[in-house]
Design a binder for this molecule. Structure first.
Ligand SMILES: CC(C)(COP(=O)(O)OP(=O)(O)OC[C@H]1O[C@@H](n2cnc3c(N)ncnc32)[C@H](O)[C@@H]1OP(=O)(O)O)[C@@H](O)C(=O)NCCC(=O)NCCS
Length: 177
């Protein structure tokens, strides 16, 4: 499938593209990881089974315009990034989310994927505000956002319960230029 954007400056060719049936094995391999799940909402499957992968791919195949993309490195889906479009009076806002397979952490890949997703989001949707909600302590994710020009707008005290622990989350924002 045709990628939406591609990258050349670092040596890896990262593209965002639609999820496809052929991604099931790599999706399970990369997503079935408690270190990823611990930083995401509980609706992210854990364990991440083949059935969950197929459901995710099927659901997204039916959505238009596409809001969830595979992060592709040389043909392999190594992570995901997506948009949750808001509604009603919040219709000009969307929440951005992302995750990456652990073997690929620390190489600048999420930073590039978020850059591509921000570009795509402001290009393709009538949005004035993108934001991310990051669990307190997820400093790698906050750094990814900071490197993409997001700013910390607020810390919401006790906003989240994850693994039975109540914690804060941090709202990072990027406004349309
Ligand atoms: C968060 C995540 C997407 C980051 O992916 P990544 O490809 O490793 O990120 P990058 O390499 O692009 O950038 C990470 C940055 O955080 C920094 N970093 C990593 N761990 C850190 C830590 N514990 N404290 C502070 N900074 C940290 C890195 O040094 C790097 O910054 P730099 O380029 O200035 O050196 C990845 O760890 C992940 O998928 N985590 C689980 C899911 C998740 O947290 N999703 C986001 C939910 S809001």
């Amino acid at each position: 499938m045709k990628p939406f954007y591609s990258l050349k400056p670092i040596e890896m060719n990262i593209v965002l593209r639609p999820w496809q049936e052929a991604d099931i094995a790599s999706l399970v391999r990369n997503a079935n990881n408690i270190n990823i799940w611990n930083n995401l909402r509980d609706y992210f499957p854990s364990p991440y089974t083949e059935r969950a992968a197929k459901e995710w791919i099927d659901i997204n195949a039916a959505v238009s315009p596409i809001t969830n993309f595979a992060i592709d490195l040389e043909g392999e889906a190594i992570g995901g990034t997506g948009l949750l479009l808001n509604s009603d009076v919040y219709i000009l806002s969307a929440e951005i989310g992302y995750w990456l397979g652990e073997p690929y952490w620390g190489k600048g890949i999420a930073t590039e994927a978020v850059r591509l997703m921000v570009q795509h989001s402001f290009d393709q949707f009538n949005l004035v505000r993108l934001y991310a909600a990051v669990f307190a302590g997820n400093n790698a994710s906050m750094r990814v956002l900071e490197k993409n020009g997001f700013y910390l707008e607020a810390t919401r005290k006790n906003a989240v319960v994850k693994n039975g622990v109540v914690m804060d989350d941090c709202i990072w924002v990027k406004l349309r230029a």
